[in-house]
Design a protein around this ligand. Sequence first.
Ligand code: NAD
Length: 276
Amino acid sequence: MTGGSGLLGTFVVREFVEHGYDVVNADMKLPMKPDCRTVITDLTQLGQVYGVLEGADAVVHLAAIPVAYSHPNEVTFQNNVLSTYNVLEAASALGIKKSVIASSESSYGLVFALNRLTPLYVPIDEEHPQRPQDSYGLSKIVNEQTGLMFHRKSGMQVVALRLGNVIAPEMYKNFPSFYHDPKERDRILWSYIDTRDAATACRLAIEKESLGYVALNIAADDSSMDVLSRELMASQYPNVSDFREELSGYETLLSNKKAKMILGWKPQHTWRMYVN
Ligand SMILES: NC(=O)c1ccc[n+]([C@@H]2O[C@H](COP(=O)([O-])OP(=O)(O)OC[C@H]3O[C@@H](n4cnc5c(N)ncnc54)[C@H](O)[C@@H]3O)[C@@H](O)[C@H]2O)c1
């Protein structure tokens, strides 16, 4: 695991440990509450990456600067692109057969766009063009291409998970502060993914065989809103007329169909179970 000290990584470490895996976390910092051994590693340093990956059977690479504009643009790009290159370079040279890398819905470009973007159609699936205007979204696209290159080169299985907005269980209490207002979260098409469901997707992506290289959206089945999905679109994206699925309720607008089909994954958590 890389990034196992972070928001999502904490849950992914736990998911693998609870399923009997021997996990090592490679991160620049220690986790708040350790569930496995952490090796302090700077993944932008290839030698360190070789050292920490030696002996591993598989790698789940989550470490990244997880947002645009928190750092100077080139710092985000350099950290995310170089660490992913190094992880996959070392993994492929060490004969590791399976990997998962964290991509993002941000690669579609809406969320951090300085010039506001409209989806071409909804729900956005993996065929939708990726049009970022920021170095974070771009870093994720480059990382997907890096994954594809290493798959071609070594045959390593590389699953890129285009994660939606990651929500840990304790964050559900914030939902009533926004769930009636379509103007909130419109740039992520109101989508989200529970940390536990994202963690299960990571595990399944390692356990499945013969996936080659594939990119998969990872989102909950429903939106994060208490407004019908059609009404959300009418409010914030009235010009979108291409609806690729029937929307009659609170369906996600970031399609998770492909991940369900390929991983045999089904999100188990919706905020509606935890918020009155
Ligand atoms: N949080 C979200 O809503 C979200 C949405 C889509 C995709 N993602 C992706 O999921 C992954 C995890 O995100 P998160 O929210 O848990 O982020 P986070 O910031 O909580 O955790 C990321 C971890 O990566 C580590 N890290 C960063 N650069 C490193 C480096 N060069 N060497 C070693 N460790 C390094 C950090 O120390 C941190 O512990 C990221 O790849 C992010 O881009 C997150």
